[in-house]
Every structure is written in C-alpha cells, then in structure tokens.
Design a protein around this ligand. Structure first.
Ligand code: ADE
Ligand code: ZN
Length: 333
C-alpha cells in the first residue's frame, strides 16, 4: 500500500507555503539576513513545536516567517516545497500564501509574489510540477486590510487563481469578509475559506461559506458531518473539502479517517492534503500513509481521494482530463 500511495499521481489543494518552511531553512535564512533566533539549532526549533490547537500553532508559524525578507527567500521557500511535491508524486498544486504575514513586517507585496511566481515557473519547467496560486487573507486582521491586499494583488491577477481565508477563526466568521470576497469574485477569482476543525460556531461558519459567501470549496470543513443539512448542501452543490489528516491529529487526536470515509460514502468530494507539512512533519505521502494505517483504506478509495482533488481543482478542462487520465492509467496497472 505504501508503494501504491508513493507512486500515485496526486494534487495538493491545501498547503500554506509559509507552512513548508523547514527548520534548517529557518536557520539558513536567519544567517543570510542577519536575524537573531531564539533557538540554537534546527533540532531545538522542532523540539519547541508543541501544538494542541490553532492559536498555539499560529504563534510559532508567524514567528518563524520573520526570516523571510527578500525575493530570493520566497523563491527558495517555494521551490523547496515543489521539490518535496515532486518527490511525493504531487503533479499539481494550488498553494496558499499569506501576504499580510509579510507586508505587516514591512516586506513589499511584490517581493513576496515575485519570488513565489518565479519558483512556480521554474518548478513547472524543471520538476514538472504545475501550480496555481491562492492568496489568503488573515481573518484575525481587519476586513479593510483584506480589501487593501485584494487591491494590491490586482496588478498580479494573472498569477493568482483564487482567494482564501485562514488564521485564527475564533470571533472571525466568514461574514466579516463578505464584501471582500464579493469583490474578489467580481475580479474573477475562485473562492475558498478555512473552516478549521472544532472551532467555535463552526456550523454557522460553514453555513455562511455556503449561503453568504458562496464558496467554490471549503478548507477542512470536517464538522459539516455533524449537521445533515450542511452535508446535503455540500454534496448537492459538489463543494470540495480539503481535509488535512495529520494536521487534524494535533487538534482531535485522530486522522479523521472515519469522517473521510463517511464523506466518500456520501459522494462528497473529500481530498487529502498536508496543510503545514514542515510543522506537522508530514508531506502528502505521509498523510496518505498515516490515513490508510488508521482507516484501512482500499486502493479504490485512495484513487477516489486523488481523483476528487483533480475534480475540484481550479484547472481548465483539458488539463483536468490530462491528470485524470494519468491517474486512471496508474490505477489500471
Ligand atoms: N494558517 C496556516 N495554517 C493554518 C490552518 N491550518 N488553519 C488556519 N490558518 C492557518
Ligand atoms: Zn490550512
């Protein structure tokens, strides 16, 4: 099963580029940018990774970002993630980036997106990994700040396929960003939002995503299983869910394999993703392998999870079909 997973062509639709910042890279960037770190070694950095909920993770995640300053830093971050993607047989990615995590520290929007975009071009040419970028707004910042960043992104519109919403969900419902997302849709962007696992008012947040924001996808969204009407609407509208098994384990002590199987049984387009792989210490294959160990998934189920990701990807139809054919050829061998 491990070999089958490793060889399977996959798409990743929920990975934060800043969440791929490896401890060794934090050290290399700190040295190059002359930044003092609170830890003596990369091992000491990982030893401090003690996450039990979203806020405890986000504190460490934002602190580490401080080493990212120059265009080449963002290039390296992104290219190194794509190298990992290629090693995992991830052939297509829609990565997130968090511009406000950088502009709030004085790094220009253009510096961030230029480095990421250059790495995307190189990764496609040299590694054969195709990607389309998603810009996330930080929901614990104001709607005005989100709107300003939407405006900042417009000159780079061709480099961005969609917008998302991440960071601390508590008291930051989707409705806070209704105007921003309506404008984003008008600009032609696809829409997604995080509904993290076990958040306060999670069912209301999922409902707002569906009816007020009219999202194209939901990131996580696992708690929808607790509400039949949410589940029905997600199934009827063909809304994809980007589930992150190892990330979930930090919050609910389970890889949510039962929940993922229920979604598959109900025809919901559930997918497997890594979220913040440098922090949760698991890239795509490790997520699939751990999930299969917990939930004893069949090859057919694993192929369905991978197929779902290509089905809900924001790809033109010819590219989607190309990847689906590639996956089917693999499943037939
Ligand atoms: N930012 C990075 N990872 C995140 C997650 N899993 N949830 C919310 N915001 C995030
Ligand atoms: Zn996430």
């Amino acid at each position: 099963m491990k070999a089958f997973i490793e060889g399977m062509p996959k798409a990743e639709l929920h990975v934060h580029l800043e969440g791929t910042l490896e401890p060794e890279h934090i050290f290399a960037l700190a040295k190059r940018n002359d930044i003092e770190l609170a830890y003596a070694t990369p091992e000491a950095v990982t030893a401090a990774y003690d996450f039990h909920d979203l806020p405890s993770f986000l504190t460490i995640y934002y602190a580490a970002m401080n080493v990212l300053r120059k265009e080449e830093d963002f290039y390296e971050l992104t290219y190194q993630y794509f190298e990992k993607a290629a090693q995992n047989n991830v052939v297509y990615v829609e990565p997130f980036f968090d511009p406000q995590g950088h502009t709030s520290r004085g790094v220009e929007f253009e510096t961030v997106i230029s480095g990421i975009h250059r790495a995307q071009i190189d990764a496609e040419a040299k590694l054969g990994v195709e990607s389309k970028l998603i810009m996330c707004f930080l929901r614990d910042m104001s709607a005005e700040s989100a709107m300003e960043h939407l405006e900042l992104s417009l000159p780079f519109k061709d480099w961005i396929v969609g917008v998302g919403l991440d960071s601390d969900e508590r008291d930051n419902p989707p409705a806070k960003f209704a105007e921003v997302f309506a404008k984003a849709r008008g600009e032609g962007f696809k829409l997604t939002m995080h509904c993290d696992v076990n958040q306060q008012n999670t069912h209301d947040h999922i409902r707002e995503c569906l009816d007020l924001i009219e999202v194209d996808r939901i990131d996580h969204g696992v708690n929808a299983l607790e509400d039949e009407s949410l589940l029905q609407d997600i199934a009827d509208r063909g809304i994809g869910l980007t589930v992150c098994p190892v990330s979930n384990r930090f919050v609910v002590q389970s890889l949510t394999s039962n929940e993922i199987r229920t979604m598959l049984d109900k025809g919901i387009k559930a997918t497997v993703n890594s979220d913040d792989p440098a922090y949760f210490r698991a890239y795509m294959n490790e997520n699939f392998i751990a999930l299969t160990e917990e939930g004893d998934f069949s090859k057919d189920e694993l192929v369905q999870l991978s197929r779902n990701a290509f089905d809900i990807a924001w790809l033109p139809e010819d590219r989607r079909q190309h990847y689906l054919d590639q996956l089917q050829a693999y499943a037939n061998t």
